[in-house]
Design a protein around this ligand. Structure first.
Ligand code: WTA
Length: 683
């Protein structure tokens, strides 16, 4: 139990961090913040001077319209300036900053003992080689490349190679299904796919190539022109000799024997074969600051994933600056972000942000619980990690296993701890602070979104007194407001819709191929503001507290899902006539999926059917979307106009009898029945 005074208490930054800190006090933060929002041109103009620009911007430094009533929404930072983000991340660090021999990544494989490291110059060479490979395959500026890889160095190489030649990468999380991959390939018209043979997540073998093959077949059936697939030999690396014998040393030997892949000579090419003859030099494509950098899909409340599009100049400034200040980056740091690169956190804070600062990072392929629940801390000790960034769901999972696996490891290298992806409950915050960080490490609870490109609300490690569960104050350049239902800005202590009033450099520019949906989703509800979709409270001290999504989205283990996409996956089963999915609290995952289904005539609700439905959702979307509970409903509560009332279903799932006004319901009689047949949700 967290006592109210523990939660209300301010946790002060530790004095050890102060001497070197970029922002050593709250008043220093306030000064910088004021400048960043009042004179964005000067503030970001100074940041831009740290980077290499081939030519300067031609028009205004910032040009935008945030108000739908005044015309098309657009945001442009430094339009007309030319640069290359890969050049800034690699060539500039190697040549100008002399960081060529510095480690860019310590790669830690799923299996303890399987590890590697790569320096900035080695990374530059590999990226140049792969950029040349892409060019030799006909890839040009503006083309879209789909990347479906596990957490291996080749994933970063592939992304930066795209950036080097001006192609857009669309990274698809390797836990997504063939259907999800196919949908994403088709949506942005990818011309090439990069994948791997297979990998292990914990003790589970994932035959990635097999899933990619299935996705490519589906794409072909739906008329996609994608005809090229580059395959990294990861699990099978350096072992299958010409005579077919496996030469890998234990403990990896077991792994390489398990993998069998199908090879399609018409489309498939081995990564290592293409790389072997590629030059390590590659002239970057000089791009406009407003040219597209990448597309990353995120769940949309319509059920179809949205292709969030980021451009390169502003994103580079924002990812680099937020990384530097929020983790108080120092050159000797070893930084570890546990997020998968398939999510925005892995883009901004495992790839672009750290590399732009010349940082050394850990890139971890595995899971926190394999081979045991002390794995994270053994990695922290192995690499002497100083800054550590993870999600509340991982912290709650660790909490479940108690303090002992944490305390077995030293962790004395740790200086700053970060949290991202979902609200962190005060219990988890305090455990993270006391047990993991031994009350020595500030916690930066960073609120942001795929769409925002980088941190929006966050404490700064040496400046901000912390409150457990609050994301504290806005980051530089960010102007939050809290609105009520009628769109009025609320002052002081308040709760309502969280919006942002002016653009920051990392904001997305559109949804790929659907600018109208972009405007509708983020700018229509409250003209003049960017609408996050999150609820938020501001306390008397001005601290912001995210209260969770206020749309049809839910957050399972830090991954956003829309109820609509899970419902449509359920509806594809022949036994189902109607489905309604609601969010339900879960002790580890934060939220989980509770589904109500009605059946077509002639079908029975059996254990077998629920297993099939769970499998169906896993296959359509991916394992993260697996429903926790499926309840049979003879019918669903609806309004007279026929809308399913999810508000009531949420209460039924929670066994909360306080239902409020039921007068708009067409069929209130069903409610009692649904309460009586609830799934047992006791954990
Ligand atoms: C939620 C992840 C509370 C929020 C970077 C947001 C958070 C959605 C936090 C974006 C946090 C993220 N506290 N809620 N620190 N961080 N969220 O696009 O609902 O995967 O809108 O980006 O996650 O999820 P996304």
């Amino acid at each position: 139990m967290v006592l109210p005074e523990e939660q209300a208490r301010l946790y002060q930054p530790r004095p050890e961090l102060l001497p070197a800190a970029h922002v050593p006090s709250l008043s220093h933060y306030e000064r910088l913040y004021q400048r960043s929002v009042e004179e964005p041109h000067e503030f970001w103009g100074d940041v831009a001077k740290e980077f290499y620009w081939k030519s300067h911007h031609t028009g205004p430094f910032l040009n935008y319209n945030f108000d739908v009533t005044k015309g098309r929404i657009f945001i442009e930072w430094m339009k007309g300036a030319t640069t290359n983000i890969c050049y800034n991340l690699l060539d500039r660090n190697v040549n100008e900053k002399k960081l060529g021999d510095k480690i860019a990544f310590y790669w830690e494989g799923n299996e303890p003992g399987d590890s590697a490291k790569i320096t900035y110059s080695e990374l530059l060479h590999k990226v140049c080689q792969f950029a040349n490979v892409l060019r030799s395959q006909g890839v040009k500026k503006g083309d879209r490349i789909s990347i479906y890889l596990p957490m291996i160095v080749e994933l970063v190489v592939a992304m930066l190679a795209c950036a080097r030649i001006g192609a857009l990468h669309s990274v698809v999380f390797a836990g997504f299904s063939a259907d999800s991959l196919c949908e994403r390939i088709l949506n942005c018209g990818c011309s090439l796919l990069i994948t791997a043979d297979a990998f292990y997540r914990g003790d589970k073998l994932i035959n990635l190539k097999h899933i990619a093959d299935e996705a490519l077949q589906k794409c072909k059936d739906r008329g996609s022109p994608l005809k090229k697939c580059i395959v990294v030999k990861h699990l099978g690396r350096e072992e299958i000799a010409v005579d077919g014998t496996c030469t890998k040393s234990p403990p990896l030997k077991r792994l390489c024997q398990d993998v069998q892949i199908l090879w399609n000579p018409a489309t498939d090419m081995w990564w290592h074969e293409l790389m072997s003859s590629a030059s390590t030099e590659c002239e970057p494509e000089w791009c406009d600051a407003e040219d597209e950098l990448f597309i990353l899909y995120t769940s949309g409340s319509t059920g179809k994933p949205k292709g969030v599009l980021h451009t390169l100049g502003g994103y580079m400034l924002f990812a680099a600056t937020s990384f530097k200040y929020v983790f108080d980056y120092q050159p000797e740091d070893v930084y570890w972000c546990t997020a998968d690169i398939g999510w925005i956190t892995g883009h901004s804070y495992l790839t672009y942000g750290p590399l732009a600062n010349g940082a050394t990072s850990v890139l971890f392929e595995g899971v926190p619980t394999y081979p045991d629940v002390g794995r994270m801390w053994s990695i922290v000790d192995k690499y002497k990690v100083t800054k550590f960034y993870t999600a509340p769901t991982a912290i709650r999972l660790m909490m479940k296993h108690g303090e002992e696996p944490v305390k077995k490891h030293s962790r004395k290298s740790l200086k700053v701890l970060g949290s991202v992806g979902e609200p962190i409950n005060p219990e988890a915050w305090l455990w993270y602070y006391r047990v993991v960080g031994e009350e020595r490490c500030p916690i930066v609870d960073t609120f942001w979104q795929t769409e925002t490109g980088g941190h929006m609300l966050t404490p700064l490690p040496a400046a901000t007194p912390m409150k457990p569960g609050s994301a504290a104050f806005p980051f530089f350049g960010v102007v939050p407001a809290i609105l009520n239902e009628s769109g009025e800005e609320l002052e002081g202590e308040a709760e309502g819709y969280l919006v942002f009033k002016q653009p920051w450099p990392g904001i997305m520019r559109t949804l790929y191929g659907n600018h109208q949906q972009f405007e509708t989703t983020y700018f229509k509800k409250f003209p003049g503001y960017y609408v996050t979709g999150d609820g938020c409270r501001r306390d008397k001290d001005g601290y912001y507290w995210i209260t969770g999504r206020i749309d049809d989205m839910l957050n399972v283990s830090g991954h956003l899902l829309s109820t609509a996409e899970v419902e449509s996956a359920l509806l594809e089963h022949t036994a189902i006539s109607e489905a309604a999915v609601v969010s339900h609290p879960h002790p580890l995952k934060g939220e989980c999926l509770y589904c109500f289904v009605t059946l077509r005539d002639g079908h029975e609700f059996t254990k077998n059917l629920t297993d099939e439905l769970k499998k169906q959702v896993r296959e359509k979307i991916g394992p993260i979307a697996t429903p926790d509970y499926i309840q049979y409903a003879p019918s669903l509560p609806k309004t007279r106009s026929g809308k399913i009332t999810r508000r009531i279903l949420r209460k039924i799932a929670k066994n909360d009898q306080d239902l409020g006004d039921l007068s708009t319901l067409a069929n209130p009689g069903i409610i009692k029945h649904l309460f009586n047949s609830r799934c047992d949700t006791k954990q």
